[in-house]
Design a protein around this ligand. Sequence first.
Ligand code: 5GP
Ligand code: MN
Length: 329
Amino acid sequence: MEVKLSQRNEKKVEEIVKILKSKDTFLITSHINIDGDAIGSELALYICLKKLNKKVQIINNDKIPSIFKFLPFSQKIKTYFMTGKKVNFDAGIILDSGSLERVGNVKEIIKKIPFIINIDHHLTNSNFGNINWINPYFSSSGEMMYFLCDKLNKIDRNQAICLYTSILYDTCGFVHRVNKYTMEIAKRLIDKKINPEKIAQKIFYEKSIKSVNLFKLALNTLKFDRKRKICIMKIPLEFYKKTKTNEEHTEGFVDFLISIKGVEVGILFKEKKNGTKVSMRSKGKIDVESVARKFDGGGHREAAGCFLENKKIDEVESLIMEELKWTEY
Ligand code: 5GP
Ligand code: MN
């Protein structure tokens, strides 16, 4: 099957390729609470630029979650605390991040970079780059990165592992935002002799006992609303303490909520020291991105989130539920 970018996208890719070839030192980064799509995209691009003999660093706000450590070159990923702001780059490439604020403390480095390339598939993107390639029709940033990497040099097996992980993760195992083009790209990546079963097991089947213990506590908070169309789960700070866990151990919890028959929206509230993080999932009838956007968050119709600073978990629950009252279904 032929997969061809539209003229507009093709032009953007060509523009980006030109810049990447003309400059020498690059920063690659992405959003806070780094996820599989962001990490896979970062690494695939890192490999591309290395093949072109460029100097590249991947620096993120957060440490890489353990489940993604199987990815090739993942040990190259640094955090801002490991590098500090005393690093200089010709260009910065920001992936999968709807705004400059979402890169967290890496913004301190970005401020000094003269040229920014912004590549993202979120509906809400503030076009903060010197070049912005934004397209919400792609399943994942990994899918966009496939086209860029393919233009830069021949995609190798390591890159295929990274890109397949991005797409698999961001579509929640080929559930959300998939179409025949996404599947065709996945096929092409599998053709690079990667093991799709192994990757899926690494991402979805490696829950730790600690995470299960946290889930057991969280299940006690499960609540339904609006004739069981909305399902809520809460994780107050004390749950992490009790189970010696952290936010990383909540991976997959919100996806469980939306897996329940009849539930249209699943919402996970996670308390933090300085506020409450909200993760929302929808089967598609309700646009959770528009709800998240009301609180300066963002995402997609089926998966969105926001962070309410200095607000307690119960207060945030009331605010979100109030906002959801206006949604119809
Ligand atoms: P999650 O609930 O897994 O953290 O995020 C779901 C989706 O919403 C992802 O695409 C993520 O990038 C986006 N998202 C989550 N939290 C925020 C936020 O605070 N701001 C914005 N702009 N997007 C968010
Ligand atoms: Mn993404």
